[in-house]
Ligand binder design. Structure first.
Ligand SMILES: Cc1cc2nc3c(=O)[nH]c(=O)nc-3n(C[C@H](O)[C@H](O)[C@H](O)COP(=O)(O)O)c2cc1C
Length: 314
């Protein structure tokens, strides 16, 4: 469906998923998504797409995040126009129903992979006509929804209830996780944190080192009080946000504190404490910064070894 070598997707990551990084992901045999919300003006997306095409011949997609922190509906529709004009064939939508975008994208023959967190919403997305869904587990980095259900439950359930392909999102960084997701019936996996800790991610090395040192216990959920929990790395900023929430802060106050532009500054300076850092529990499995290609090659070769073990067991 996506014309990729390995069924591995790199979820869009604001500021990180720029042309160079996405090209590295695609050149390693996976699919990456340029995050439209990293760009100042919708027209900048055109330049970013053209730049990526000079760096890879492989297909890539665009991430359209519609979470409350970004997501101005007119801006997202302008991005859709550029996506269609530039002949992009796949988008990752997230944060809100893709319904308002569907007509434009379908006309442009663009496949829609909607990223969400519940089987119920996945069924609704299928009825709307999306081409595939990515279902994020509770341990994933980023917006994980409010159902608190693990992938081990959601993925087989979604595979059973849906006709469209199901992608297992989050919690994967190794061949074991990859193979487990496929065994549960997922057509592919989607990773974020594991790709973030690669050489090619345009992020200060000190931040990547903090991720390497972090264990599975070092993430926390902020924005619970505004019913939009987000899994981030524990740091000073996350403590401040939790304290603000405990004092009954309004949605506007919480969202302002979580501003994505702080990340942009942190990725340059290397100061981990000043911004929210989306991070999955899978960070506990990551102990080395490596090139994207090595990450993927190791996942595939480890999965092959595990397959042999399973075959021997049977
Ligand atoms: C640093 C970082 C930034 C992210 N930014 C976005 C974003 O802008 N839009 C989005 O849809 N998802 C974003 N995500 C979520 C990922 O696309 C993906 O859904 C998630 O990381 C998967 O869980 P995992 O981290 O356990 O692999 C981000 C993830 C990370 C690690």
């Amino acid at each position: 469906m996506l014309d990729i070598k390995y069924p591995i997707l790199c979820g869009g990551m604001q500021w990180v998923s720029r042309a160079e990084f996405v090209a590295a992901v695609c050149n390693a045999g996976c699919m990456g998504f340029i995050t439209a919300e990293s760009l100042e003006r919708p027209e900048d997306l055109r330049d970013e797409i053209r730049k990526a095409r000079t760096l890879t011949e492989k297909p890539f997609g665009i991430n359209l995040s519609m979470v409350p922190e970004f997501g101005k509906p007119e801006r997202t529709l302008q991005f859709c126009d550029i996506i269609c004009e530039e002949g992009i064939k796949v988008v990752e939508t997230a944060g809100r129903s893709p319904e308002p975008l569907m007509e434009k994208l379908k006309k442009g023959d663009v496949k829609i992979i909607h990223k969400l967190t519940t089987v119920r919403h996945a069924e609704k997305a299928q009825r709307l006509g999306v081409d595939a869904v990515t279902i994020l587990g509770w341990g994933s980095g980023g917006h994980i929804g409010t159902d608190n259900i693990a992938s081990f439950i959601k993925i087989p359930l979604a595979v059973k209830n849906l006709d469209i392909p199901v992608i297992a999102g989050g919690g994967v960084a190794t061949g074991a996780g990859f193979l487990a997701a496929l065994a549960m019936g997922a057509e592919a996996v989607l990773m974020g944190t594991a790709f973030f800790v690669t050489n090619e991610a345009p992020v200060h090395p000190d931040i990547k080192q903090k991720f390497i040192q972090a264990s599975e216990n070092d993430t926390t959920l902020v924005m619970n009080t505004i019913h939009n929990p987000m899994r981030v790395l524990k740091n000073r900023l996350s403590e401040d946000v939790l304290a603000l929430e405990a004092k009954g802060a309004t949605l506007e106050q919480v969202v302002a504190e979580m501003s994505g532009s702080k990340c942009k500054t942190a990725y340059k300076s290397g100061d981990i404490e000043i911004s929210p850092h989306v991070c999955g529990q899978v960070v506990g499995l990551i102990d080395e910064v490596k090139p994207v290609k090595k990450l993927i090659d190791e996942i595939i070769s480890d999965a092959e070894v595990l397959m042999k073990r399973l075959n021997n067991m049977s």
